[in-house]
Design a protein around this ligand. Structure first.
Ligand code: SIN
Ligand code: MN
Length: 257
């Protein structure tokens, strides 16, 4: 579960890591099987696409489902995070971002820390975003796009966009993106189900809408050092959980398959 020196170096340099096949097909199928019930339970932390479309994101999952309560403590996610950050971590956010076939909408260009700082008063860009693909993510169904190395290029001005999608987000202007992409290019983070991603809080990323006939669901866990906790509670707790209890790892077979 430990990352190699080469992987740590790549993460430092590129701002992200892609870990193909981190979770098995059986683990992913079990996690995936919980989604229909979670999406249909009427919880306010299920956020629909604009115009009451399908679920865009389903949040607070570790408090709503026992399997996700175990996933957020899974050593395949927790051990690398602990290795990278070397201090006690709390669960800032745990969700599945869905992009339903034909109707799943884009995520604009952004870096997560802009939202974490502006909305939640997080002091430093230390949080890690850990993703697990619950469906195959291809060039067609709305993969994340990263600007490699953009986490090293300082902080960029960001503004709150409440209208492009149903999820308010602090976004970065196209002129800045154009300049950074000219310098560093774009990488599309694709992979089979079970692939994991780790990326830094200041890495610029986006994802296009899903015009394909294939759904795309990605689990996302944000872990933040307890020493770097929120200082504002303006957003609902399912967008930034208040419980600062440090996460501890469960056994590797904690999903029961
Ligand atoms: C996406 O689900 O495509 C975007 C996720 C993110 O911004 O972290
Ligand atoms: Mn993001």
């Amino acid at each position: 579960m430990q990352l190699s020196a080469a992987q740590l170096s790549e993460l430092r340099h590129s701002g992200y890591l892609i870990l193909p096949g981190l979770f098995s097909e059986t683990e992913v199928e079990l996690l995936h099987s919980r989604l229909p019930t979670l999406f249909a339970d009427g919880d306010p932390s299920n956020i629909a696409e604009r115009g009451s479309g399908p679920v865009r994101t389903s949040m607070g999952l570790h408090l709503r489902d026992d399997l996700y309560a175990r996933l957020v403590r899974h050593p395949k996610l927790f051990t690398p995070a602990q290795q990278i950050l070397c201090e006690p971590l709390y669960i800032q956010q745990a969700k599945v971002n869905v992009k339903a076939a034909f109707s799943g909408e884009l995520w604009q260009w952004h870096y997560d820390f802009a939202t974490h700082r502006q909305e939640d008063g997080v002091p430093q860009p230390l949080a890690l975003n850990l993703h697990v693909f619950l469906e195959d993510v291809t060039e067609f169904n709305g993969p994340l796009w990263f600007i490699p190395g953009s986490h090293l290029l300082g902080e960029h001005p960001a503004s709150l966009d409440k209208s492009s999608t149903s999820y308010p987000l602090w976004v970065v202007d196209n002129t800045i993106i154009t300049d950074l992409v000219r310098r560093n290019g774009i990488v599309s983070a694709t992979g089979g189900k079970g692939t994991a991603l780790i990326f830094h809080d200041t890495l610029l990323h986006a994802s296009p809408s899903n015009m394909s006939p294939w759904d795309r669901a990605i689990f996302s866990l944000i872990l933040n050092p307890v020493s770097n906790a929120y200082s504002k509670t303006t957003r609902p707790d399912y967008k930034h959980h208040r419980d600062l209890t440090p996460v501890t790892a469960l056994p590797v077979n904690c999903l029961g398959v």
